[in-house]
Design a protein around this ligand. Sequence first.
Ligand SMILES: *Cc1c(COP(=O)(O)O)cnc(C)c1O
Length: 390
Amino acid sequence: MQVPLLDLKPQYRALKSEIDAAIERVCDAQAFILGPGVRELEAAVAAYSGCSHGIGMSSGTDALLAALMALDIGEGDAVITSPYTFFATAGTIARAGARSLFVDIDPATFNLAPAAVERLLREDCERRDGRVVHRATGTVVRALMPVHLYGQMADMTPLMALAREFGLRVIEDAAQAIGAADGEKRRACSIGDIGCLSFFPTKNLGAFGDAGMCVTNDAALAAKLAMVRVHGMEPKYYHQLVGGNFRLDELQAVVLSIKLKHLDAWTLGRQENACFYYEAFERAGLKGTVTLPAALPGVRHIYNQFVVRFPQRDALKKFLGECGVGSEIYYPVPLHQQQCFAPLGYQTGDFPESERAAAETLALPIFPELSRGQLQYVVDCIAHFYAHHG
Ligand SMILES: *Cc1c(COP(=O)(O)O)cnc(C)c1O
C-alpha cells in the first residue's frame, strides 16, 4: 500500500470541470491583474476569517512582508515571534529591516508560550520615552507575530492582553490556519491587527501556484496594504511610499474561490482522520510511545498537519518510507539555529522546547481523501516498528 503525505490530484479530479471552465473564462477575458475574481475572493476569505477587508497577495510570505511594511516596522525595530515555524515568519521580519526576538513554544501545542512572551517583555525590556526597548539589542519592540502552527491557534487572549499593555501591534501568521478558531469561537486572523494567509498548494486552501492574503478589520490598514501591494501607488503613477509588487493573480483567485466552497467539508475530513488516528493509536497500544497532537478543548483545529512526537524519530521516518508511507519533519532546524540568523547571536539551548520539537516531531498523512485502510496502515507500520525496534 502507498500512503503519500499529501496527494492533491483527487481534489482536482473532483472539481476539474468547474475549475477548468473558470480558468478558461479568465483566459477569454485576458484580464489577469486585480480583476473581479480577486475582489470576489477577497470578500469571501475576509468573511470566512471574521474580517471586513481582504487584500490578495502574491504569497503568504509577501502577505507577512506587506503587513510589516504597512505597520511601518523597519530599521531599529523588533518583532517577537516563535523560532519553531516555517522560515518566512522571521525571514520577512529580517527583510523589513527589523530584528526577530524569539520566544520559546508551549510543548503541547507547538505555539508561542504566552508566559515566555511576558517574561521577555517584563524582564528583558524597559520603557524609554513611551517606547518598549529590548535592553540587550537596543531595538524598539513594535509587534508580536504569533504563528498558528499546524492548524491550531496560538493562545491569543493572554497574547493580546500583553500586546495592549505594551502597545504592540499584532500580526497573526495564519498561513497554516485558515478557518481555525479558538475556544471563544474567534477565527484565526480576526483578533490581531492583520492576519496573513498562504494559499501555497500544501495549505488547506491551496492555489495552483503561489498566492496569499492579508485580512483585517481596520479600514485604514486595509487601504495601506492595498497601496503597499502596488508599489505604494495611489493614484496611478503617484507613489506615496515604497511598496512592492505583491499582487494576487486573477487565475489563482478564480481557482481559490471554487475551492473555498469546499473548505469546510475538507476540514471535516481532516478532523475525522485525526479522530481515527487517536482511536487507532490507542487500539494499537501506542499511546505511551507516541505523543499525539493536543487539540485544546473547544477549539477548531483544522489539521493542516498531524504532527506527532516519537522516540527514534529519524529511524521511524526511514522505516515508514520503506513501507510506502510519506512523512515529513516540520521543522528540523529551529530558526534561531539557522545559519542566516547567526548574527542575531542566539545559542543552541536558548529555546529548549523548540529544539526538542525539531528533534522529535514527524508529520503523518492527514489529507481528507485518505481512506480508513490507508490510515490504519500508517498506524500498523508504526506499531510494527516499535514491536521490533522499540
Ligand atoms: C507556508 C507558510 C508561510 C509562507 O507562505 P508562502 O505562501 O509559502 O509564501 C508563512 N508562515 C508559515 C507558518 C507557513 O506555514
